[in-house]
Design a protein around this ligand. Structure first.
Ligand code: HEM
Length: 373
């Protein structure tokens, strides 16, 4: 599709698909022609709900200059300098999660590590008791649930559960934002609570967005990393440092991008690669396809951690470039380091893979380990 129909209209889904790096890049940077707002009302599942609180305006569905107001107050706290300060806390969380595996020789990497680890990191940064993490997971699941067979009953049930989760999150974070207003804590809830440029709803929306945007994505990055290294026979090469962890993680982001697609809506008539897109049309931007575009990457179908530069778009592009990109990279680096230190053998069983495609990862990944002495 990238070479034959790089920009195509899918009659069934009634939206455009865009596959080439250059085109995806152009759409993501052109805020005058494409909006991140979710305005199409005829399809309740058209939004990127995993990144969408579905209730309050947040940065992810705002265009400039509104976007600057909603992101500006927190941008600094996600820059590399600030992220380095969180590293000791992230290391402690990694050790805590690994401690729950003591004595196990076999475990499911997804359930036992890749899910609890990022949820606990976010809970730590929001200064919320880690015990709430099962609740967080349940809320996130309800918000990103998609119909499997599309029956009316199934859709109704998903909607009901989504509304309930939204209500519970709104109550939970609303209370915390009110309690922490005027406080001097260094957590993200206090930061939002004290941001004068945000309304009360926007403060709550920000907390919910952090929870939704940073969990499943990071879970999938970690899972895709263990999966890809095992598949390529590179786990021990990364362990010995022959291949740098950070470089390997960048290549996982390109090769198995956790977010495969993004959505925008045209707000002007525009020609793209010879096709006429009209105001009001929905476009799906295939990051996964762009990240394997041969115009940009040599041998794109090969996993090559030594790639430099590695200009992948796994974190998006333009003003909405992932707020948590540096945090996610640091989390993955710390997690890999500690996993490889704890276990002198880490074998993932790839015989029965069951991938998830909306956000690309695996439902489970059985692992066998030997603990270092
Ligand atoms: C935005 C991917 C981790 C918070 C985005 C976007 C992508 C993305 C593709 C762009 C969305 C768009 O343009 O519509 C990822 C991946 C991650 C990850 C692959 C992990 C491997 C995180 C983490 C956090 C986070 C850990 C926070 C704790 C956000 C926020 C936005 C965002 C707040 C919206 C930024 C804006 O609209 O200005 N992410 N993300 N993400 N991400 Fe991430």
């Amino acid at each position: 599709m990238r070479s034959e129909t790089p920009v195509r209209f899918d009659e069934q889904r009634e939206m455009w698909d865009i596959f080439r790096y250059e085109d995806v890049d152009r759409v993501l940077k052109d805020h005058d022609a494409f909006t991140a707002r979710r305005t199409r009302e005829d399809n309740e599942f058209s939004s990127d709900a995993e990144n969408d609180t579905g209730m309050f305006q947040t940065m992810i569905t705002a265009d400039p200059p509104e976007h600057n107001r909603l992101r500006g107050f927190v941008d600094e706290r996600f820059q590399p300098g600030s992220i380095r300060e969180y590293q000791p806390r992230v290391e402690a969380v990694t050790e805590d999660v690994l401690d729950t595996l003591v004595g196990e020789e076999q475990f499911d990497f997804v359930d036992e590590f890749a899910i609890p680890f990022p949820v606990t990191v976010i809970a730590e940064l929001l200064d919320i008791p880690a015990e709430r993490r099962d609740q967080f997971k349940a809320w996130s699941d309800a918000l990103i649930a998609r119909p499997k067979n599309g029956t009316r009953m199934e859709i109704q049930q998903i909607q009901q559960e989504r509304q309930q989760a939204q209500q519970e999150m709104r109550d939970y974070f609303g209370k915390l934002v009110a309690e922490r207003r005027g406080g001097d804590g260094d957590d993200f809830i206090t930061l939002a609570a004290n941001a004068e440029e945000l309304s009360r709803e926007e403060k709550v929306g920000f907390c919910i967005l952090l929870l939704l945007a940073g969990n499943i994505t990071t879970t999938n990055l970690l899972t895709n990393a263990i999966w890809s290294l095992e598949e390529q026979g590179l786990t021990d090469t990364v362990r010995t440092g022959e291949i740098g962890r950070k470089q390997a993680i960048e290549e996982v982001l390109r090769y198995r991008s956790p977010v495969q697609s993004l959505t925008r809506i045209a707000i002007a008539d525009i020609e793209l690669n010879g096709k006429q897109i009209q105001a009001g049309d929905v476009v799906t931007l295939w990051l996964g396809a762009a990240n394997r575009d041969p115009e940009v990457f040599d041998a794109p179908e090969e996993f090559r951690p030594e790639r430099r530069p590695n200009r992948h778009m796994a974190f998006g592009m333009g003003v909405h470039f992932c707020l948590g990109a540096h945090l996610a990279r640091m989390e993955a680096d710390v997690a890999m380091q500690h996993l490889l230190e704890r276990f002198d053998r880490l074998d993932a069983n790839l015989s029965n893979l069951d991938p998830l495609y909306s956000l690309y990862g695996l439902k489970s990944l059985p692992c066998e380990v030997n603990r270092t002495a």
